[in-house]
Design a protein around this ligand. Structure first.
Ligand code: GDP
Length: 364
């Protein structure tokens, strides 16, 4: 078989191992466009499929960027910053400038302060050793902010090539497809015949001035919530539209469970508002902290669901926070956040090991 590349994510197609990246059943090769099973399920059934990427191939691919003189557009999911990082990216891209773009802005309430959001992204990027030239927000899926991103790419690339990098699920394909349709090729989707991948699975999209924009395959980041729950539960825990605040007045030593996947204990002092921003479909359960462990033990997968009964989650990890002298958000990466009103609060947050939990100044 001559080498074929997925029209969705750019990975090399293979027909032998269903658990490996790029798998497509032989029968799928009869239909154009040829896509890997993962992309097929994602687009047709909204289903997430776990795949493994050969780490060496990915590192080879990234280190090619360091040898180029290019702009790197780094896409992250604003709702899942911790699940969005490509570890060691700065090393791989060398001295090339990085334009950091946060996608899925539409999930945030309209009252969100965009400056607070970009400041938080910048701080998170610094913690990863990254110094982006700029930080921008967009909603690729809602076709919002894309023109501004395109003109910023043009400004920052200064006549150079562009590499678009991001882990899976951040919305990279959605973004690239939009760029392609705007670049005047007249095509609404990447096609392998038009933009053949190289041996390193890059998809090349020609730009007006003879330069190119390269779409790199998305590497899987195991810290994403998508890898902890099955596809059905994922649709419940992951917000699909703007998250709406749910206000709780908590006394000291009260606990909130977000389904069975996250928990926050309000230690004190005093009575105070906690505002939950997460998918409307994720049930919230309130209890006394002294009963919380027992409740979790007995009701995980039932009252405290999703995930459904029988799901094996990594052990719950506890994070202790003391809020500063402003409203603060405890962020559960990929799930949402809880705003703690007022200063000096003590809370403990719990999430399965691997899911990022962090504190930021409130963005509302
Ligand atoms: P990729 O794996 O990075 O190429 O990501 P996709 O483009 O396949 O998108 C992953 C998921 O995020 C899909 O379910 C998209 O519908 C969704 N998505 C992409 N862009 C946006 C956006 O701007 N807002 C929201 N809410 N969802 C988005």
């Amino acid at each position: 078989m001559s080498e074929l590349y997925c029209a969705g994510c750019g990975v090399k197609i293979q027909t032998t191992d269903p658990d490996k990246l790029g798998y497509a059943p032989s029968s799928a090769l009869q239909h154009e466009p040829i896509v890997c099973q993962r992309c097929f399920r994602l687009t047709h059934y909204n289903e997430i499929q776990d795949v493994s990427l050969n780490g060496d191939d990915f590192l080879n691919m990234l280190s090619r960027i360091a040898q180029e003189d290019a702009l790197v557009v780094y896409l992250v999911d604003l709702f899942d910053i911790a699940g969005s990082w490509v570890s060691g990216l700065q090393r791989f891209v060398g001295h090339n400038p990085i334009l950091l773009v946060g996608n899925k802005h539409d999930l945030f309430p309209k009252s969100t302060n965009p400056n607070k959001l970009t400041n938080w992204m910048r701080r998170s990027a610094h913690e990863q050793g990254l110094k982006p030239v700029d930080v921008l927000l967009m909603s690729a899926g809602k076709n919002h902010g894309l023109d501004e991103i395109a003109s910023n790419i043009d400004y920052y690339r200064k006549g150079r090539d562009v590499y678009v990098v991001g882990v899976t699920n951040v919305g990279k394909s959605t973004f690239i497809n939009h760029l392609i349709s705007n670049l005047g090729s007249g095509d609404s989707a990447i096609t392998t015949s038009r933009f053949p991948g190289t041996t390193l699975d890059f998809i090349e999209i020609p730009l007006d001035d003879g330069r190119s924009l390269y779409d790199t395959p998305g590497v899987v980041n195991d810290h994403q919530v998508a890898h902890f729950v099955d596809a059905r539960d994922y649709k419940i825990v992951m917000p699909l539209k703007e998250v709406k605040p749910k206000v709780y007045q908590l006394n000291e030593k009260q606990t909130l469970f977000l389904g069975g996947i996250a928990r926050i204990d309000y230690i004190g002092p005093g009575r105070r508002s906690l505002i939950v921003y997460c998918a409307g479909s994720l049930p919230i359960h309130r209890t006394k902290t002294e009963q919380a462990d027992d409740l979790y033990e007995r009701q995980f997968g039932r009252l405290l669901a999703p995930p459904g009964e029988g799901t094996e989650l990594p052990s719950m990890t506890r994070y202790d926070f003391r809020t500063d002298d402003f409203d603060s958000d405890v962020v559960f990466s990929g799930l949402g956040w809880i705003t703690i009103k007022g200063k000096g609060a003590r809370v403990s947050a719990y999430a399965p090991k691997g899911i990022g939990v962090s504190l930021r100044a409130s963005i509302i």
